[in-house]
Write a protein that binds this ligand. Sequence first.
Ligand code: ATP
Ligand code: MG
Length: 405
Amino acid sequence: MNDVLPDAVGVWQFLERSAREVFGTYGFAEIRTPVLEKTELFCRSIGETTDIVEKEMYTFADKSGNSMTLRPEGTAPVMRSIIQNRLAAQDPVAKLFYIGPMFRYERPQKGRYRQFYQIGVEAIGVEDPKIDAQILMMLHHFFNRIGINAVSLEINSLGCPACRPDYRRQLIQYLEQRLEPLCSECQRRYQTNPLRVLDCKVESCRAATTDAPAVVEHLCGECDQHFSQVRHYLDLLKVPYTVNVRMVRGLDYYVRTTFELVTDQLGSQNAVAAGGRYDGLIESLGGPALPGIGFAIGLERLVLMLDQDVVSTAAPELFIAALGDAAVEQAFILMSQLQVQGVRADMDFQGKSLKAQMRRADKLGAVHTLIIGDDELRSGQAQLKKMADGSQTSVRLDALLDLLT
Ligand code: ATP
Ligand code: MG
């Protein structure tokens, strides 16, 4: 679990700001849910045989003996909230996004942490493939907005409860013939979660399953039609993508459209965002039968990919250097007045020499520095130094506010 230190927070704020701006344009509103939920919510939605539920959850009994879990992902909590607050009764179509920390007990490494942040999006109530394309367009737009181009979109369809069980049976049969080369993990899970074998990273598993049946070749008529419409609209919107028939995602609730945004810049942690359709999820959690689709972006991986030099927004516009008790007091009042007016102003609080105050102004990245001493107080006039080029202008102290706002 990481601290985000003040030096690094600029890039985080930039990402969050960009998400609010882009998603807002598409009519998505922010929702904030608690970090803690009943364990049952995740077992019922993500699935008992998934990596997350089997081994990654932070679960504990609270003082009343209820089993609680720190949320490992954001979709199930948002669905819980929609059901509990009866949001669909007012409007069956909901477009929501969230920003916040998630928790998974994983082996920490570059790009993989135990507390990590996700920005996620959920569109509820629309089955039309136009919304799938819209969601992917928005993801594409967000990455353009933040200036990350070294990513590619991979899409697939996982079918639905009508066509997947049959495909699943065929895949199990196929895997049964090739158990020996599979890793122990896949040998264990090929019957409970056979699709997961397809995206196992172990080389021998990949090699043994190159000609495995693909789910897209076993879709029912409706899923096939839906998937080809999604591709059609992506083409119309000029969103670049490739179809990856081996991409299956690790959560049980996905149906039909699934996707990942991958990069080759982060080593083995190559997914920066992922998502898909979860049409049966809300109903299975006791809510109305509404379809849904969404994605989550991993923020740490974006921070790793971005230029870290995003300017900190805390740099003062004015640093006031003062010499002598009366001037320090006057500087303190002036600074406070400027702050109230929205000017980022700062000064020294440690009784430092003028030279040390100037060094501090420099270190903080101040745009201007004002120097005041006894003479300046008497004349009401002081030197305003522009730090970028060292040029100085004489200003009236009572006109400073107008000058800076
Ligand atoms: P991965 O295959 O990398 O384990 P996942 O399939 O578990 O990813 P999702 O649950 O779909 O990931 O989460 C969406 C995104 O959240 C991922 O693409 C990734 O960018 C990010 N993410 C997931 N787990 C972590 C983690 N432990 N640390 C940092 N980021 C993560
Ligand atoms: Mg994972």
